[in-house]
Design a protein. Structure first.
Length: 200
């Protein structure tokens, strides 16, 4: 085979590979769902065979607060919930994801780099934004403590799971501005974190 023919063959193979890559990187399909309790419409996205809300829950329920008690933060980040409230806060047809469902989500989007792929492309401090490859649009809503204090909005986001760890705490997921991964940790159930709902 001549060098010119070989060069053309290599170029064709490269182009075909690029086309396949581009097809697999197509934009996520974002749908909407209306929560009839308050008339709010949420974006949803399908990831790993599950339909997830593509934004944090913002349903005013007893046991929930806006970050720093500022209504503008609820509009930006959604509300923060204690665990008992989070368990029953999702609208009909949706539920608070289990620890296993969170793990399946992380595995579906790349495991060790799940944080980067799930984080929104804007809103994180220190240029810690993600690529939002799957339309999940995770935002750094921070957290609240049972003593009434709040912390880390802009730097990190925390989301409850429905799974208990011990009698007083449950598993949560965390993402931070400087990390590529999603952290699995636990927190006291009286503290406040964000909620993402997943379709039944």
């Amino acid at each position: 085979m001549s060098r010119s023919v070989l060069s053309v063959a290599i170029a064709v193979v490269f182009l075909m590979g690029f086309v396949v890559y581009a097809q697999t990187k197509s934009a996520p399909v974002v749908s909407t769902f209306k929560d009839i309790r308050a008339g709010k419409t949420y974006k949803t996205v399908k990831v790993g065979g599950k339909t997830w809300m593509a934004e944090n829950l913002n349903f005013a329920a007893e046991g929930s607060k806006c970050y720093e008690n500022n209504a503008g933060n609820c509009e930006k980040y959604g509300r923060l919930y204690n665990w008992a409230t989070a368990l029953k806060a999702c609208p009909a047809g949706f539920h608070l994801p289990t620890d296993d469902e969170w793990t399946a989500l992380e595995d579906a989007v790349g495991g060790a780099t799940a944080g980067t792929k799930l984080k929104s492309t804007a809103g994180w401090n220190e240029d810690g934004n993600g690529t939002n490859d799957f339309g999940f649009s995770a935002l750094p809503g921070g957290s609240g403590n049972s003593d009434g204090s709040f912390s880390t909005a802009g730097n990190s986001g925390y989301w409850w799971s429905a799974t208990e760890r011990h009698s007083g705490d449950s598993w949560i997921r965390g993402m931070k501005y400087g990390d590529n991964y999603v952290s699995r940790m636990y927190d006291d159930r009286t503290n406040l974190a964000s909620v993402r709902c997943v379709k039944d």
